[in-house]
Design a protein around this ligand. Structure first.
Ligand code: HEC
Ligand code: HEC
Ligand code: HEC
Ligand code: HEC
Length: 418
């Protein structure tokens, strides 16, 4: 918000769109209804934030259907902008989503078309039963043909396969910008990235946003001649007088101040991550697992290992979230605490479950303290590591061979012959 306002103060009217997959994350669809409630609350926060941004349109993405078509249709009423999908029909043969929209920006008329790749049938059965997706490519072309003469600029929100993006960018005249969120680097960083990239694709501007909201793909476009394609200002072959596109990636997280209206709705969201705020009390019965003992218990008998653990990154993982004020977020916490959803659910009261504790790696073995010899632990393998050192969600590539010695606690000094 602060960034958008800074552009406005430079006389630029930012034109903001989203390529889809912004409301939910399918991977985090935890069966615990409390966590689902937090997903809903976060989605409402995102809608309110996007409304404040002045977002013009968002494409439909698979993840946006995570909680079902009805939920998304209901949410669309709260959005001040359309969800676009040119190739979707619901069970009645109608579409709750517009295929395209025409908006005005800086005195120019802009056509925005959205489409989504065809998901597997089992996805449709689960998330939008009875619906159908046609081939997105001809559906996009149909929209362009129908409206291209009315507009100055055509933007495609291509939540589609890479091959279709390439065809759009190279074979279709009239497409000025393709926003493509599905490329390989799609979600490489969970939090901060401020690299600058440029991608200019055969005269059509190709924007590949990533960074899960922590960065913005920006294109500055200068029209010289509507009929001419775009060239990067860095492109040495750009003919004189051609249209110019200046592409950059803006890392948002660390660089800018906070906006009062945005702070307010974020604070409201943080308040909803409390257990005491159930939508439906019947579904919200939470019984903490009795299988976790917690590092406090282990420390009594294993002070040496506990002291070692405390000075590793795992022993400080919660403080890391506190440092950036992200400790109340259900989408950050699970990897920086122990057993979230099983040990506690009120994000404001993690109690003794802060940090990546012993049982995150060693597993559960609740009878061990009563008779350690009778209930031994298995050797630690790399299987538990991957649930947090998940390459699609974290920044640092994970190599268990290198990582293991950096966190392995000192071995017990066992008596001779044992
Ligand atoms: C419950 C989630 C979780 C599990 C399970 C987990 N880690 Fe981690 N790991 C983290 C987090 C979070 C950090 C970063 C902590 C911080 O700095 O705040 C981290 C940091 C590390 C680091 C330090 C990285 C650095 O650059 O300092 C190493 C090494 C590491 N983990 C190895 C492992 C190994 C090996 C396993 C499996 C045996 C494992 N982790 C299991 C969440 C986890
Ligand atoms: C899927 C598990 C996971 C989630 C979700 C997660 N983290 Fe982490 N985080 C890690 C791991 C693992 C590391 C260790 C470094 C690495 O692999 O990138 C880490 C490291 C970090 C670090 C760097 C610590 C340091 O100084 O070395 C920060 C900051 C951080 N996380 C913040 C967050 C925030 C904020 C969120 C929510 C937006 C979040 N994390 C969500 C697993 C996760
Ligand atoms: C990031 C993963 C991780 C965490 C967290 C962790 N450990 Fe370990 N621990 C290991 C690994 C790896 C070893 C090496 C032995 C093995 O592979 O099982 C080990 C070894 C040990 C041993 C010695 C085992 C032996 O055979 O001599 C004890 C005891 C132990 N840990 C206790 C703890 C306690 C207590 C905590 C919490 C305070 C803890 N560990 C936290 C990964 C972890
Ligand atoms: C009441 C004391 C006690 C508590 C509490 C305790 N341990 Fe142990 N632990 C032992 C003893 C004693 C041994 C050595 C057993 C042996 O020599 O066979 C042991 C052994 C281990 C080992 C080595 C593998 C094995 O089973 O021999 C690991 C790993 C371990 N403990 C982890 C933990 C973790 C993690 C916790 C907390 C969840 C914990 N322990 C809590 C007493 C305890």
């Amino acid at each position: 918000m602060t960034y958008l306002n800074s552009l406005k103060s430079e006389g630029i009217e930012p034109f903001l769109v989203d390529g889809g997959d912004w409301l939910f994350s399918l991977g985090r669809l935890h069966p615990n209804p409390l966590l689902q409630q937090q997903m809903l609350q976060k989605a409402l926060l995102l809608i309110d934030a996007y409304n404040l941004f002045g977002t013009r349109a968002a494409a439909l993405g698979e993840h946006d259907l995570a909680l079902g078509l009805d939920r998304l249709v209901e949410f669309q009423k709260r959005m001040k902008f359309p969800v676009l999908c040119a190739n979707f029909k619901d069970a009645s043969g109608e579409s709750p989503f517009a295929a395209s929209t025409i908006v005005t920006s800086q005195g120019r008329k802009v056509l925005i078309v959205g489409a989504m790749r065809v998901p597997p049938q089992r996805f449709i059965d689960k998330h939008c039963a009875g619906s159908s997706f046609s081939d997105p490519y001809p559906a996009i072309l149909e929209q362009i043909e129908a409206h291209i003469d009315e507009v100055d600029l055509c933007v495609v929100l291509g939540h589609i396969d890479r091959a279709d993006v390439d065809r759009l960018a190279t074979e279709v005249t009239g497409v000025d910008v393709v926003v493509e969120p599905n490329s390989s680097n799609g979600s490489e960083n969970t939090w901060i990235n401020d690299e600058i990239k440029t991608t200019l694709h055969s005269g059509t501007v190709l924007l590949k946003p990533s960074g899960q909201g922590s960065e913005l793909a920006r294109a500055d476009l200068w029209f010289r001649d509507k009929a001419k394609p775009w060239f990067s200002i860095w492109d040495e072959d750009a003919p004189a007088g051609s249209n110019i596109a200046d592409l950059s990636t803006v890392g948002l997280a660390p660089h800018i101040g906070r906006h009062p209206a945005m702070e307010k709705i974020v604070a409201e969201f943080m308040a909803t991550t409390r257990y005491k705020n159930p939508i439906d009390a019947d579904e919200m019965q939470f019984e903490p697992s009795t299988h976790f003992l917690g590092s406090i218990t282990c420390t009594v008998c294993h002070p040496q290992q506990a002291a070692y653990w405390k000075q590793t990154a795992h022993g400080r993982a919660y403080a890391t979230l506190e440092a950036s004020g992200d400790q109340f977020r259900y989408d950050c916490m699970p990897c920086h605490v122990t057993g979230y959803g099983e040990t506690f659910v009120d994000a404001h009261e993690p109690g003794r479950w802060k940090d990546v504790q012993c049982e995150s790696c060693h597993g559960l073995n609740p009878r061990h303290p009563s008779k350690p010899e009778a209930f031994p632990w298995p050797a630690v393998k790399d299987t538990p590591c991957w649930s947090c050192h998940n390459p699609s969600e974290t920044k640092v590539p994970f190599d268990p061979v290198q990582a293991m010695p950096r966190i392995a606690c000192p071995l017990l000094k066992r008596s001779e012959g044992k």
